[in-house]
Design a protein around this ligand. Structure first.
Ligand SMILES: *Cc1c(COP(=O)(O)O)cnc(C)c1O
Length: 467
């Protein structure tokens, strides 16, 4: 390759592809992609050359640029971001963060064969739920459990297993839309069941369910309305009363709890959310809940309940389509294990740690970084530390707010503010804030990597604003 240095004329692609570093890059990114990147870079050199700039072509510079282009952070579109949105469990930002114990166990099972569905005693086939079922039962008081892809899947599988082709009565006050295209009424229909609406939006009574029960009824159902609240002249039937009615009619009661809460949040100074154990205690026969909401685990859904029902659910051929992989089982196991020691939970479970951070800590954090942000935005925006309210997110306790501190960025006009927000989103590790009342807010509740945040501020690209 020395020969290139003697000439000021850019070499051919074929010559470059023989270079050692380029060959390594080809192994990782594929020859075609590497060739395309080289071509792009060579074109720039050639333009210079034929444009009359005959200063020496730099082989080293070209290789360096090609390598940088290929390794640029933006290559894989899924990347780490700073969630400073003020929503701790942000569905669009991937919900819960996993604890280190979960991550290391995930890495372990991902990088070697495992006894995922293999019984080490008999040498025969095993059940992947066996690795986690007894721990779930211990923490929830349930007889049996199974794990699927998410709570939506848990609900579909439960209804499809227990009520296919049959009627499912549900209160008109519980026809929830979770977000995106997930609506309980549609899930019931897509699960192969017929929705039988009972009661009214604000009031549903036990006799409404009683009147709806007929020979076509397969289950009774209750959906926890996690993301909204109806206030005023309202009435709903308690889980225990519904369980009683279900039992009298020899029907199972299915409860969709949404957020699976294994501990009393009030013990940690947070608003109360219904507990999984209480739903079981009230007599629910099957309960479904999410693993990446308040539980703080990986994306998954848990179905717990009476043994024969869970058995039936496990035997549904759809279970295979909805099952979780070994990494999810490993991560979920480690997260659930933390719940056996509630005294340490706040320290070890990222979701709970973020939800319970003290306001003093958040204020101190805000004051240590506000000037650095102010400096990079000097001349464009004013920065200050303000009081804000964080939200739990993922539909949990939508009306409850957690007092927090934020960096507030204000400008003379909205277009400028949006350009600043966009510049923060274009950083190597994008920073996601929220615009509220004419300010761009960076909520400190979810900022843990202060050094990482500060270290990339210098790269904020404001040319769109200045240019
Ligand atoms: C969030 C939620 C779901 C869906 O759970 P995913 O884990 O997001 O699939 C279903 N039902 C209720 C009541 C919920 O709050």
């Amino acid at each position: 390759m020395k020969s290139f240095e003697k000439t000021n004329r850019p070499p051919s692609i074929d010559a470059l592809l023989k270079n050692g570093i380029i060959r390594q890059l080809s192994d990782r990114y594929g020859r075609n992609e590497v060739a395309t990147t080289i071509r792009g870079n060579l074109d720039a050199w050639r333009q210079k050359y034929y444009g009359g700039d005959l200063s020496n072509f730099s082989f080293e510079k070209l290789i360096k640029d090609v390598k940088e282009n290929l390794e640029a952070d933006g290559r894989f579109s899924l990347k780490s971001v700073f969630n400073l949105s003020g929503i701790v469990l942000h569905t669009n930002l991937g919900r819960a963060l996993l604890p280190p114990s979960a991550i290391s166990t995930i890495v372990k099972v991902a990088s070697s064969p495992t006894n995922l569905e293999y019984d080490l005693d008999t040498g025969g086939r095993g059940d992947r739920d066996d690795h986690i079922e007894s721990l779930i039962c211990e923490l929830t008081g349930a007889e049996a459990a199974t794990v699927v892809n998410n709570n939506a899947a848990a609900l579909m599988l439960t209804l499809n297993s227990l009520a296919l082709g049959k009627e499912v009565p549900l209160s008109r006050g519980e026809l929830v839309e979770i977000g995106g295209s997930f609506r309980i009424p549609e899930i019931i229909v897509r699960s192969g069941c017929t929705l039988r609406e009972v009661g009214s939006t604000n009031r549903t009574h036990l006799h409404d369910y009683q009147n709806a029960i007929n020979h076509q009824t397969a289950v009774l159902m209750k959906v926890y309305t996690s993301n909204y609240e109806i206030r005023g002249y309202v009435s709903e039937v308690a889980t225990s009363d519904l369980a009683h009615l279900a039992q009298e009619n020899n029907l199972p009661l299915v409860v969709d709890l949404g957020s699976g809460n294994l501990i009393n949040m009030a013990d940690y100074g947070l608003p109360y959310e219904p507990l999984v154990i209480d739903a079981i205690g009230a007599g629910a026969d099957a309960v479904t809940f999410s693993c990446d909401k308040l539980l703080g685990g990986p994306q998954a859904g848990i179905i717990i309940g009476k043994k024969p029902l869970i058995q039936k659910i496990k035997e549904n051929p759809m279970k295979r389509a909805l099952r979780v992989d070994k990494m999810t089982i490993a991560g979920l196991y480690e997260v659930l294990l933390l719940y056996k020691n509630p005294d340490k939970l706040r320290e070890l479970l990222p979701t709970l740690r973020l939800l319970t951070r003290e306001i003093e800590e958040l204020e101190e954090l805000a004051f240590t970084i506000v000037d650095s942000i102010g400096k990079v935005l000097e001349g464009f925006a004013e920065t200050s530390v303000v009081n804000v309210d964080s939200q739990i997110g993922s539909g949990s306790l939508p009306l409850e707010r957690l007092p927090s501190k934020a960096i507030s960025i204000t400008t003379t006009n909205d277009i400028l503010l949006r350009k600043i927000a966009s510049a923060f989103r274009r950083l190597p590790q994008p920073v996601i804030g929220r615009i509220h009342d004419g300010s761009l807010l960076f909520d400190m509740r979810t900022l843990e990597d202060k050094e990482g945040f500060l270290s990339q501020l210098g790269q904020l690209d404001l040319t769109e604003i200045t240019g």
